[in-house]
Design a protein around this ligand. Structure first.
Ligand code: TGC
Ligand code: FAD
Length: 395
């Protein structure tokens, strides 16, 4: 019997929809977050540092690339993978971000588009947390419209010369390997750029008030020479195609994980608000006894329950191989908006106490502002869905 009811939100008994393996994986991730993340995350958030000592622990638990088949990965289903993301983000979005980037944006492109040599070399290292990856798509002048990127690759006799700038790159300056998207003869292709390559520099972005426990960097490529074997061969497009399709396939993986992760952040805020409301007395009674406060708690419970059900169905569709990118967009968009609303409501229930990091809520709230923006902003997902249902491109 899982002890989920003591730490999660399970009003609709979604636990009963999970099989034993799924519950067990969720409980493993839960124990990791409770034991290893929650005791230290406040200080990392204060200091603006990432808890690097957790990387090998997450590797040992098999969290990285856990839903990929082969190469020693756990090869679990997508609901198990989603539950890991939920639990990691219950701790902090920065921990889920690290795992998302490593799994969906570092390992997945190598798995899906890499040569056998690239897979054999990088996947075991990344799986175990012995190497760190990053994903360079966004540029200073091209965030929501990465298809217009300026970063270029020029073919030389023995390889490629990369030039351009990427920014807002999670793990950028601690990564051993960067998956970099650049135009080669006008086509967007993926390239592997190892740390230390001449002409490649990564610079930390300071002064963030959101995702403070996550490392974010700018990447610069100046006459950066990489060997021929470092192109991701599978990113070649069918004749006549020019788009971002390979990069977008990676984003689908990461957006899926975010949809689950947001539920974890919302659960953490809900529990903090519920506990506080039951013990905080004003006008001689616990504030939880007031109708206005109950209405806020119920709104959170309702929103979390909706999001949970959406995630489970999305996971089933993904496991069946029939999920569409727009179904993933809907879940990323709605669940992050839901979590941000819950965090704001929970912050309000705590009054002044809600603005301090003595409670997890303000940290989640600030983090979720980034989560709303990255992996396609809320509004970009609205436009993706608008195009799906009307057939009209409104970007
Ligand atoms: P568009 O012309 O619409 O489509 C080009 C081709 O791609 C197909 N397609 C997709 N395929 C797979 N998955 C998807 N999600 C797809 N979306 C579109 C499409 O059908 C088409 O195929 P075909 O056969 O017709 O040629 O492409 P576009 O270049 O105009 O893209 C439009 C748009 C807005 C959807 C895209 O640019 C977009 O998603 N923009 C948002 C940018 C974004 O999400 N950036 C994320 C950067 S990485 C990040 O934020 C990591 S945070 C990590 C962390 O710390 O957790
Ligand atoms: P812009 O594209 O400039 O958008 C600004 C505003 O305009 C938004 O509200 C947007 O919705 C709106 N807008 C844009 N176009 C339209 C339109 N057509 N119609 C209506 N509204 C529009 N990127 C990576 O490649 N790799 C990473 O690892 C990574 N990690 C990140 C980590 C953090 C902490 C953050 C904050 C970002 C990260 N990103 C990463 C970048 C992220 O993907 C971009 O920030 C995001 O895609 C939005 O781009 P932008 O910030 O340039 O905003």
């Amino acid at each position: 019997m899982s002890n989920h009811q003591f730490f999660g939100v399970d009003f609709y008994k979604t636990d009963e929809l999970l099989n034993e393996r799924e519950r067990s994986m969720r409980d493993t991730a839960h124990a990791f977050v409770t034991g290893e993340v929650l005791p230290i995350i406040k200080n990392h958030h204060r200091e603006g540092t990432f808890p690097t000592e957790l990387i090998s622990k997450m590797g040992e638990l098999g969290f990285f690339g856990a839903n990929l088949q082969g190469y020693g990965c756990l090869s679990i289903n997508n609901i198990e993978y989603g539950l890991i993301m939920q639990e990691l983000e219950r701790g902090d979005s920065s921990i889920r971000s690290f795992a998302s980037v490593q799994s969906a944006l570092g390992m997945f492109p190598i798995f899906a588009f890499g040569s056998e040599e690239q897979k054999e070399h990088w996947l075991p290292l990344l799986r175990d947390g012995k190497a760190i990856s990053c994903f360079g798509l966004t540029e200073p002048d091209h965030g929501s419209d990465p298809a217009n990127m300026k970063t270029k690759a020029i073919k030389t006799k023995n390889g490629f010369v990369l030039s351009g700038e990427k920014t807002w790159i999670t793990n950028g300056d601690i990564a051993d390997i960067a998956v970099v998207w650049a135009k080669l003869n006008g086509e967007i292709r993926g390239f592997l750029v190892p740390k230390g390559t001449a002409g490649f520099t990564a610079t930390r972005i300071e002064g963030k008030f959101s995702l403070r426990a996550s490392i974010t960097s700018s990447l610069s490529f100046s006459e950066c020479v990489i060997p021929e074997k470092n192109i991701l061969p599978g990113t070649i497009l069918p004749p006549g195609k020019k788009g971002l399709i390979s990069a977008l396939k990676c984003l689908n993986q990461a957006r899926y994980g975010i949809a689950w992760g947001a539920v974890g952040a919302a659960m953490a805020c809900y529990h903090a608000a519920l506990d506080y409301a039951k013990t905080r007395e004003q006008f001689g009674k616990p504030i939880a006894s007031r109708q206005l406060v109950q209405e806020k708690l119920v709104a959170m419970l309702s929103a979390i329950t909706n999001a949970q059900l959406k995630c489970i169905r999305l996971g089933q569709l993904k496991d069946a191989g029939s999920v569409t990118p727009t179904q993933i967009s809907l879940a990323k968009r709605d669940n992050v908006a839901m979590a941000l609303d819950c965090a704001r409501t929970a912050r309000d229930i705590l009054g002044a106490a809600g603005i301090t990091d003595g409670h997890p809520i303000i940290r989640h709230l600030l983090n979720l502002e980034s989560v709303k923006t990255y992996e396609g902003t809320h509004d970009i997902h609205t436009l993706i869905l608008g195009k799906e249902i009307t057939g009209i491109d409104a970007f």
